[in-house]
Design a protein around this ligand. Structure first.
Ligand code: CUA
Length: 336
């Protein structure tokens, strides 16, 4: 083998290794490790199609290699015989792909109907509203409104009834199930039953403006006890002005006087509807649709310059002193 061929073979083997390695890892948004029935349906379909594709690949490549070797040009060999039409061959190579397509189409259509059918009996309903650029989650039966972190119990069916407040978004939590458009003036639905406890990442999957890539979410799947405890916490109103003292009282005052309450709701304090409901913002792992950790530093960075953290953010920069900001951050963190 000369140097050039060795290089080519080396590159081909290295590429194959990279491709195979990319399939194996447990990446946070990989669809190859599903954690809900919907995701498993799609994964099974994907695997079925991969096996069919592999079969076709092997047959076609084997025929190709045999043809290349058997009919290659040799010194002094006569010109190949010309063949005009072969009914048997033509029928075979028309029928074979048709049969393969049927074996792919039937499970595909079955999966579409299964994952798009009526929600399972007794499914918990969550209303999802897409906003530029964050997710609102409302639990009408539980009286809970939250943002960017969807909490659901493992082993119980949930159905998301989704719409948008502005432009078209798309809900996609890859490990749980397929993506679905979220449109203004229309209602779309996605149902799944999570089978594993954990935190699963997702994001908007439809270009929706300059911070489309910053429209992330988390789906927190808990066991029933953990979920019940969360529901209990969420339904408890946070302490009002009369019980707060020191920094927290100061923070609440800043919240009220710096315009925050025009857009944000906090139960018993404010009823704004344009931005995320902050009643229990302290209990969330991230803020600003998953782009910043929910720490004192993350909150301060966000409030200081929302559009600097998330280009195009509709949340305005509210002028305030560092002392006011620190008090506001302390108050928001106390809302857990
Ligand atoms: Cu919302 Cu992209």
């Amino acid at each position: 083998m000369d140097a050039e061929k060795r290089t080519l073979v080396g590159v081909a083997l290295a590429s194959l290794a990279v491709v195979l390695a990319a399939c194996g890892g447990d990446y946070p948004q990989s669809t190859l490790h599903p954690t809900a029935d919907f995701g498993s349906e799609i994964d099974a379909l994907y695997r079925t199609i991969v096996w069919w594709a592999l079969g076709v690949f092997v047959v076609v490549e084997t025929a190709l290699i045999i043809a290349i070797l058997k009919f290659r040009d040799r010194p002094g060999a006569p010109a190949p015989r010309h063949v005009h039409g072969s009914t048997l061959l033509e029928i075979s190579w028309t029928l074979a792909p048709a049969v393969v397509l049927i074996f792919i189409a039937v499970p595909t259509i079955r999966t579409i109907f299964r994952t798009d059918g009526a929600p399972p009996e007794g499914a918990m309903q969550v209303e999802v509203v897409g906003h530029q650029w964050w997710w609102e989650f409302r639990y009408p039966d539980l009286g809970i409104v939250t943002a960017n972190e969807l909490r659901v119990p493992a082993g119980e069916p949930v159905t998301l009834v989704m719409t948008s407040a502005d432009v078209i978004h798309s809900f996609w939590a890859p490990k749980l199930g397929g993506k679905r458009d979220v449109m203004p003036g229309r209602s779309t639905r996605i149902s799944f039953t999570p089978d594993s406890v954990g935190v699963f990442f997702g994001q908007c999957a439809e270009f929706c403006g300059e911070s489309h890539a910053n429209m992330r979410m988390r789906v927190v799947v808990e066991d029933s006890a953990g979920f019940a405890a969360w529901v209990e916490r969420e339904r408890t109103a946070p302490p009002g002005a009369e019980t707060l003292t020191g920094d927290l009282a100061r923070g609440l005052e800043v919240f009220r006087t710096k315009g925050c309450m025009a857009c944000h709701a906090i139960e018993g304090v404010a009823a704004g509807v344009l931005g995320p409901n902050l009643t229990h913002v302290g209990s969330r792992g991230t803020i600003a649709a998953g782009i910043l950790p929910n720490t004192a530093e993350g909150l301060a960075r966000w409030i200081r310059d929302p559009a600097g953290e998330k280009p195009g953010s509709l949340m305005p920069q509210m002028p305030m002193t560092e002392e006011e900001l620190a008090a506001l951050v302390a108050y928001l963190q106390s809302l857990n």
